[in-house]
Write a protein that binds this ligand. Structure first.
Ligand SMILES: C[S@@+](CC[C@H](N)C(=O)[O-])C[C@H]1O[C@@H](n2cnc3c(N)ncnc32)[C@H](O)[C@@H]1O
Length: 265
């Protein structure tokens, strides 16, 4: 725009790995958990930050939120790599889905929700706090940021929910049919926690407790992995870990903890 200096996008280009359906677990969780905020938002604008080499997960996010939350949701896919912005253009469906160049500053948008999945994974742990602050600083009042990591097929994942005051919760999610045990979740912790899976850190203590509970629940295996997971989550909750979500979410292979319980020391 004439007369206004455009800010350089904040961040760096990283690997663009993505896959169809990779983010379905986090998208379904967003619809269920953040849906009310989005329904109440004056402007239902959602940013998908760092959509990668193809825009497939941004296309899916728009479709899922339009079906489950509100039909007038608008998704803007922001990428720091201009080549990926140009490559995404054929998938645009304005005004519902558009693509633009941008970084952690969110290109000056004021979204009600930001999803940033598998973006910070390739940054240094020391860069996380600033990136979180920059992204939450760009949210609309009452806005939310979901930042996390998952594996290539979306079978294992972990994400942090943040608002303007900082991180609120950590959610871990697994496809129970292929889960060998909760220890596998350690590889897909969000960047803020992945290097903290060491003795003395709360996330390490929690994963160990959950893994022990899973092994102790081996007798439930004949009834299926869901029953075993439910039993394991009930056990860690009974042992004092303040799981905040309900069995309805546990049945999906999820659990959510308050951030202060799990935050790095
Ligand atoms: C591994 S891909 C993730 C794609 C997709 N979100 C997914 O989970 O499948 C990471 C993408 O984030 C982009 N990226 C990294 N830092 C960014 C930033 N600060 N702002 C916008 N995009 C960024 C990279 O260029 C890359 O395309």
């Amino acid at each position: 725009m004439a007369g206004t200096a455009r800010r350089r996008p904040l961040g760096v280009v990283t690997r663009g790995t993505t896959n169809p359906n990779r983010l379905r677990r986090v998208d379904n969780w967003i619809a269920a958990t953040c849906g009310d905020r989005l329904r109440a938002a004056a402007d239902p604008l959602v940013v998908d930050l760092g959509y990668g080499a193809t825009p497939v997960t941004a296309v899916e996010l728009r479709a899922r939120l339009a079906a489950a939350v509100r039909a007038d949701v608008r998704v803007v896919g922001l990428e720091i790599d201009p080549v990926r912005v140009a490559a995404a253009e054929p998938a645009a469906d304005p005004p519902w889905l558009t693509f633009a160049r941008g970084g952690f500053e969110l290109a000056g948008l004021r979204p009600a929700l930001v999803r940033a999945l598998n973006v910070l994974r390739q940054y240094d742990e020391s860069e996380v706090a600033d990136a979180w602050r920059t992204m939450t600083g760009g949210l609309a009042p009452g806005g939310l940021l979901v930042e996390g990591t998952c594996d290539e097929l979306g079978r294992l994942g972990g994400w942090v929910l943040l608002d303007a005051d900082g991180p609120r919760t950590l959610t871990l999610a697994a496809k129970l049919g292929t889960l060998g045990g909760p220890a596998e979740l350690a590889e897909r912790l969000p960047k803020a926690l992945i290097h903290r899976n060491v003795p003395g850190e709360p996330v390490h203590e929690f994963l160990r407790a959950l893994d022990d509970a899973w092994h102790a629940a081996a007798g439930y295996a004949p009834f299926g992995p869901r029953q075993r997971w439910l039993r394991a989550v009930e056990s860690v909750k009974a042992a004092g870990w303040p799981i905040v979500d309900r069995p309805r979410r546990w049945r999906l292979g999820e659990l959510t903890l308050p951030w202060p319980t799990i935050a790095p020391t």
